[in-house]
Write a new protein. Structure first.
Length: 102
């Protein structure tokens, strides 16, 4: 047997869906955390540059706010709304499978 030695028929569709959802949720959370770390590090660097080279003209908050909007959207999609996204994908896959059967 290929790929770990278990047959596909040994797990139910519900077990597969649960495992797939957990796997996707973990992956999306990991991607979000990487995005968050990059956001924090880059914005700290921009603050330092701004305060060292042009302390009279404070501009670092523009990218902080702009990128902050993007990271908030990423959080909502990856963490808060992930369940809905997965349900939609499953429904589309099920619809396509039924159409292929016809």
């Amino acid at each position: 047997m290929k790929g770990g030695g278990c047959k596909v028929s040994e797990i139910s569709l519900d077990e597969y869906k649960k495992a797939y959802r957990e796997m996707m949720a973990e992956e999306e959370k990991r991607r979000f955390l990487v995005h968050l770390v990059v956001y924090v590090l880059v914005n700290i660097m921009l603050m330092i540059i701004n305060l060292l080279y042009s302390p009279g003209d404070i501009w670092f908050f523009y990218p902080l706010i702009g990128w902050g909007i993007g990271i908030t959207a990423h959080y909502l999609k990856a963490v808060r709304w992930m369940e809905n996204t997965l349900e939609e994908r499953e429904a589309k896959a099920e619809y396509r499978a039924r159409e292929m059967k016809r």
